[in-house]
Design a protein around this ligand. Structure first.
Ligand code: SF4
Ligand code: SF4
Ligand code: SF4
Ligand code: FES
Length: 981
């Protein structure tokens, strides 16, 4: 800590703090148009000039030093600030009263007010460019662009998509997409960072335009006329008077615009933001201070909300009648559900019923669904979709370190010296988390290793990209661990103090020589040695993995091998280290945490343990069966076997996303009674007897738990669409119809009950989660949480981790003479899972209308395939038809098919082979035969898809190039240029 003097007053400061941050902390007025704390100094606007010890400097680019005397409002500094701002207004018309960005948070407006600008010293000079409306979600108005470069910095160095630049050398610089393409045909991935950080109306969400202001819903002609009137007044009255009018308008807007905090409902990163709404119209998503994301979002979180107001929303319960459905009132539908569930239970026992909870629903809802199954029905047959993806990672961590969750936070990943990504297309599946890796790699020297079948974006950015044979990651991971131990490179001090490791682990490594790994994985020995070198030379390492690991026959063992390697190298218990199984759905972590699992009561408390069971029984007033129930696969098998007769699924598109989908749908057809609760008539609903209309996240309160184990509150943004009900209410309605006496008035009461029964969440309550506050479990009764796990030891009784012995098994299915190609599958950036929500977002559907089959250029040449060729894929389970896309993202005989299709689901091809410890399907181990049906056809991916764009990477805004222009003069005498980041 140090101390500096600002405007005559002493201010405490951190030695490496930016001067502008201290000035802001002291609440001193200082203009600052281009500065954004999450972007760092850009230095394009020159409005933050202050006097430091008699010299003019930019406050945003100046680091404090002891003895600094700062004057923010001296004559020269003030003159420089005003001159800089006058130059900005050359690029911007202040027509605030009729601007959709007139909401009190426009930096350009607020700076004009702060500097008491009355008249424009330099006349406004329109740039010779048209407004670009070519993107579905936002527009760029070069005429209003002040060239601050925030958007460029955000795109280049925060999102790191590297689409945006400003060519300062141009006679009329403007923001450029891919160096000059139309936005809608560029590499822009629609993350919205640029729009979010734009300090004025140059970049605006289209959903705001004509909707946000009181006077802005006019025709362009009328609006232009209004703008002319406003400009005409300026010369007579000055801006002061006009500002007063515009502020009145802003105050009026604030009465009808609601800003509600919520948490993203798509992936497990856990981005949170404010939703701006006017009635049911979603004006925009405004991220700012979420712990996981700050100003970041991806296309789904920023723009993917149309589905909430889709005309396809279910608003009436449906009851099967013959081969179709009829609409029914809630009373009738609930009565029928209770009657049929009771009948089956009375006749065949409680275990003849099965329950699948939703990883899109809230923690409270997951808890209530498993309580419905256990306490009201009396069965442990309850599961969630973590069985399809996350369970193997959880087992790997249980075996070694004790907690089934990420060992640190996203900030740990960002600060790691080395990040290793295994089987995760992070840039598409966990986009905001990927931005932290991309930024650290680009700006801060972080090293990156990627192991994957596909050469996706992270692979292309990696310092070392390896592509081992499908399903063999466990081999190279174990071989590298063995090599490290054999060569004295292990962290022995860490192992001695923190790890129980027995000879059986060392013996289990015997087969994993470098030669064996080289042969099995198809990787050169030198590459394996390089891996070991990079891993042991790193001061801190995080390993990230996802379904490219877990959806294999040895998913649990590979996850264990990852954790073993982290232990051998001492990469736990420190900032910037640890294991990060990236959770797929927004609340898949929470669905498991809250007990929607056949073996665990909430908080991973074993159902077989009588003491634990007793606590729940006492609180719930019931008897809980003492034996593990069926998981979702076993439920399907039990239907086929005739022992499971009734099922209740909430918010899961199980008929498409479970593997070997034909086997699953054949089971559903056999069910005697089937309840599906969802917001749309999903493909799974086709098999239902009763469909209950639930509510999406925006229409309810509750909490989600993200991949970081971060519990966050979502607030109700919109009223439930009439006829639909929040899912927690539906569970309560069903339970009470079955004789329970639940009386939860708000999800907070459910959370209080959870906290009383689950030690992991003992200190969680809604007060502690108010607004943007969050907690990362485990949470002690006093509210202390653990952003970084294991600081006090590992979660085993002796506080020590365990190295777990492993053996290698061949993948469950490999290409052979008949099914000669390996088919891989996964998600796309812009579509979530099968696409039930994202296909209802028009802008997404237009640019990515369906699925496709990625074929390598080599294979395409050999088989006569081109973009648009219609092919038939056949596996031992089924057939799908799909159009090909030739791309070098895949190599050799590898095929890849995104799963976003309800008509041609890839799971018609996948198998029922599983990872034995978890029974997670080996989705990624599928052999297929390919047949060409139509050699030519339309490309499945429109040419305006971002994948065809040509990014323009550069260091950032590159303001030095602006300073080098002959027309540039620093505003203020003797400004010290500090070229800093
Ligand atoms: S990728 Fe597109 S939306 Fe995202 S910051 Fe870049 S230009 Fe903006
Ligand atoms: S479009 Fe970019 S450069 Fe222009 S004002 Fe907005 S953030 Fe600044
Ligand atoms: S990264 Fe995930 S949580 Fe964040 S906005 Fe995108 S989908 Fe939502
Ligand atoms: S805030 Fe723009 S130069 Fe400092």
């Amino acid at each position: 800590m140090t101390e500096i003097v600002i405007n005559g007053t002493k201010q405490p400061a951190d030695a490496c703090e930016r001067l502008i941050d201290i000035i802001n902390r002291a609440n001193l007025d200082l203009p600052q148009v281009c500065y954004h704390p999450q972007l760092g100094p850009i230095q394009t606007c020159d409005t933050c000039i202050v006097d430091v010890n008699g010299q003019l400097v930019r406050a945003c680019a100046t680091t404090v030093s002891p003895g600094m005397a700062v004057n923010t409002s001296g004559k020269e500094a003030k003159a420089a600030q005003t001159e800089a701002y006058d130059r900005i207004l050359r690029n911007h018309q202040l027509y605030c009263t009729v601007c959709d960005n007139n909401n009190g948070n426009c930096t350009v407006h607020n700076t004009a007010k702060l500097l008491e600008v009355e008249h424009q010293r330099y006349p406004f000079e329109p740039k010779p460019y048209e407004v670009d409306n070519s993107h579905p979600f936002y527009r760029y108005d070069p005429g209003q662009c002040i060239l601050c470069g925030r958007c460029v910095e955000a795109c280049q160095n925060l999102q790191v998509n590297e689409t945006l630049t400003i060519r300062w050398e141009d006679p009329h610089p403007r923001v450029l997409w891919d160096g000059g393409a139309a936005i809608g045909e560029s590499s822009c991935v629609s993350c919205g960072h640029c729009v979010t950080v734009c300090p004025c109306n140059a970049l605006m969400e289209k959903s705001m335009l004509g909707h946000a202001g009181f006077l802005t819903g006019l025709s362009t002609k009328a609006l232009d006329g209004m703008i002319d009137i406003v400009k005409g007044l300026e010369s007579e009255t000055g801006y002061g008077a006009i500002m007063k009018v515009s502020e009145t308008e802003a105050a009026m807007c604030s009465t009808r615009i609601r800003k509600t905090k919520t948490v993203c409902t798509y992936c497990g990163v856990g981005c949170s933001f404010d939703l701006w709404t006017k009635d049911r119209h979603i004006l925009k998503v405004e991220p700012s201070e979420g712990h996981a994301n700050g100003v970041s979002t991806c296309v789904k979180g920023k723009f993917g909300w149309d589905y909430v107001n889709s005309p396809d929303r279910l608003t009436k319960p449906l009851i099967r009648e013959g081969s179709g459905f009829r609409e029914a009132e809630w009373d009738e539908a609930l009565g029928l559900v209770a009657k049929r569930l009771s009948e089956i239970k009375a006749r065949d026992g409680a275990d003849a019923l099965g329950f699948i909870s939703s990883s899109k629903c809230t923690n409270e809802e997951s808890y209530l669904m498993q309580k419905l199954a256990r306490a009201v029905i009396g069965t442990n047959n309850v599961d969630n979709c973590s069985r399809y993806c996350q369970s193997p990672a959880t087992v790997g961590l249980f075996r070694t370190v004790g907690y089934g969750g990420d060992s640190g936070s996203i900030s740990d990943i960002a600060q790691a010296d080395l990040v290793v990504i295994v089987g995760s297309n992070t840039a598409e599946n966990h986009p905001v988390l990927a931005t932290r890796v991309k930024r650290a790699h680009k700006l801060h020297g972080q090293k990156l290793i990627v192991s994957d079948l596909r050469e996706h974006e992270m692979a292309r950015r990696a310092d070392l990209f390896i592509s081992p044979r499908p399903g063999t990651d466990i081999v190279w991971l174990s071989a590298v661990a063995r090599y490290i131990l054999d060569n004295g490179l292990a962290d022995m001090a860490f192992l001695d103090e923190w790890v129980n490791w027995h000879e059986d682990y060392r013996i289990s490594l015997e087969p994993f020589t470098l030669q064996f790994a080289s042969q099995t994985c198809g990787l050169p020995v030198e590459t394996l040695k390089k891996l070991a070198r990079m891993i042991t030379e790193a001061k801190s390492m995080c390993v990230l993995w996802a379904m490219g690991v877990t959806q294999h026959g040895n998913g649990s063992d590979t996850s264990t091998a990852i954790s073993n390697l982290l232990l051998v190298t001492g990469n736990y218990r420190r900032p910037g280290t640890g294991a990060y199984p990236l959770r797929g759905h927004n609340n898949v972590q929470g669905a498991s945490d809250l007990g929607s699992m056949p073996r665990f009561l909430p908080g991973y408390q074993a159902v077989e343990d009588s003491e634990i069971r007793g606590r729940f029984e006492q609180r719930w007033g019931c008897k809980i069966p003492p034996v593990e129930g069926l998981d979702n696969h076993q439920m399907v098998d039990a239907i086929h076997a005739g022992t499971l007769k009734g099922m209740y699924i909430c918010g899961e598109e199980m008929s498409l996303v479970d593997s070997n989908a034909n086997h699953v749908t054949a089971a559903f057809e056999k069910l005697e009674f089937f309840v599906v609760q969802d917001i749309f008539f999903s493909a799974t609903c086709r098999f239902a007897d009763v469909v209950l209309p639930g509510s999406p996240s925006l229409e309810k309160e509750g909490t989600f738990t993200s991949t970081e184990r971060r519990i966050q509150r979502l607030y109700q943004v919109l009223e439930p669409l009439p006829g639909s009900r929040p899912d927690w209410r539906i569970f309560q309605d069903v339970a009470n119809r079955l004789g329970a006496k639940w009386n939860y008035r708000h999800p907070s009461e459910v959370m209080d009950e959870i906290a009383s029964l689950v030690p992991l969440l003992a200190g969680v309550n809604y007060e502690r989660l108010e607004g943007y506050r969050s907690l990362q479990w485990p949470v002690a009764p006093d509210g202390t949480d653990q952003p970084l796990l294991y600081l006090n030891g590992f979660a085993h009784p002796d506080n020590k981790a365990r190295l777990f012995p492993l053996t290698w098994r061949e993948p469950t299915e490999r290409p052979d003479a008949e099914f000669d190609l390996h088919l891989n599958n996964g998600r796309l950036l812009e579509h979530f899972h099968e696409g039930n929500m994202t296909y209802r977002v028009a802008g997404i559907g237009k640019r990515t209308p369906g699925t496709f089959l990625e074929v390598s250029p080599e294979l395409a040449k050999a088989r006569g395939i081109e973009d648009g060729t219609l092919v038939e894929l056949t596996s031992r389970r089924g057939t799908v038809r799909v159009r090909a896309l030739v791309t070098d993202r895949v190599h050799g005989d590898e095929l890849y098919m995104p799963m976003n299709s309800t008509e041609h689901p890839v799971n018609a091809l996948t198998s029922s082979y599983v990872d034995p410890p978890t029974r997670t399907p080996a989705y990624k181990e599928t052999a297929v035969h390919l047949r060409i049906l139509e050699p030519k056809g339309p490309s499945p991916l429109p040419k305006n898809n971002h994948r065809y764009g040509k990014p323009t990477p550069q260091a950032g805004v590159e303001v030095e190039r602006k300073w080098r222009q002959p027309a540039y003069r620093p505003p203020g005498n003797g400004l010290v240029q500090i070229q800093t980041k």
